[in-house]
Design a protein. Structure first.
Length: 329
């Protein structure tokens, strides 16, 4: 349908299908991660194809508490579903309304009939953050077998040095000890700096603030670098937006996205062999990480270690948030 509408080419569709076969996940999210389509385009296409109404993002801004209470947090976060209205049926929105297995599980879990609406991943994430974040305690995921775990945008020869040989996270006990002792957010950033700089050579941490990302850490073997880069808007269909919306990891042998190129230039980061990852605290996305210095083969070798570390970083961020709440009057 996207091809018929002229939104993507046949070649881009073939690339999306190839990524789906290799990495799994929905075709639409593979196309978004590859930068071929936006979430809005995918959602509109699904709405038209399935005859399912598309949710206006404004509809989630003031959902009554009694409606939210109809879907327990465990169900909402597991199935990525948000209740909208209670009538003869329970109105819900989710990003994949064509998933009949998921709908059957929801009907069984909620004990009611459903009227289904489609929404973008960003709309769902905002709603989960707004209505369930106070209760969500699940760790962030750095996906390796779902959606789009490692997307090689272009295969280029490795032509630079940098990074360290892969190491087992279990041998890095001091990293885990340091995480366990965090008191403030700066402690978490110190752990990220130590781990990624030792293995990649250069790390930039971008804080997610509303619809933008802002550099808050620029570190490498050279020490701490400047942060003189302007905030970057999270435009749908871009790599930064894709990673900021849902935790996963992208690998770019050669950076082509203009926003990331601008960040690399402003922060004195090389624009080759760049790993882009994200970290969440509960349902709320917190950081985008730009780690530079490892080629694809080296990245895959330490991917299990990164996957093991990121949920622990998420837990540490939750601890920091809890400490803040305890200090409130």
């Amino acid at each position: 349908m996207l091809v018929d509408r002229g939104l993507i080419s046949s070649e881009q569709l073939a690339s999306g299908l190839a990524a789906q076969r290799e990495f799994g996940g929905r075709l639409g999210m593979n196309l978004v991660a590859l930068g071929f389509a936006t979430e809005e385009q995918i959602a509109v296409s699904l709405s038209d194809q399935l005859g399912v109404p598309l949710v206006d993002p404004r509809a989630i801004e003031s959902i009554p508490p009694d409606v939210i209470a109809r879907v327990p947090r465990e169900v909402a976060t597991k199935h990525r579903v948000v209740p909208l209205k209670v009538g003869r049926d329970l109105h819900v929105c989710l990003p994949d309304p064509q998933n009949e297995d998921r709908l059957d599980q929801l009907r069984s879990a909620l004990g009611t009939t459903l009227r289904v609406f489609v929404a973008t991943e960003l709309t769902i994430n905002r709603a989960l953050d707004r209505y369930y974040d106070e209760l969500v305690s699940g760790p962030a995921r750095l996906v390796s077998t779902a959606e789009v775990p490692v997307v090689t945008v272009e295969v280029l020869p490795y032509d630079e040095t940098g990074g360290q040989p892969a190491s087992n996270l279990e041998t890095a006990g001091s990293i885990l000890d340091q995480l366990a002792d965090v008191m403030v957010e700066q402690d978490v950033l110190a752990v990220l700096r130590r781990y990624f700089v030792e293995r990649f050579g250069h790390l930039v941490v971008l804080a997610i603030r509303e619809e933008t990302v802002v550099p808050i850490l620029n570190a490498g073997a050279f020490g701490t670098g400047h942060l003189s880069a302007a905030p970057v808007s999270l435009k749908p269909g871009t790599p930064l937006h894709s990673v900021a919306v849902k935790p996963h990891l992208l690998y770019q042998p050669k950076v082509k996205d203009p926003d990331i190129l601008g960040l690399c230039k402003a922060l004195s980061m090389r624009d080759a062999h760049l790993t882009i990852a994200s970290v969440a605290s509960g349902a709320r996305m917190v950081y985008v990480l730009l780690a530079q210095g490892l080629d694809g083969d080296r990245l895959k070798a330490i991917l299990p270690d990164i996957k093991a570390l990121v949920p622990k970083v998420s837990d540490a961020l939750r601890i920091v948030e809890i400490r803040k709440r305890i200090r409130l009057p």
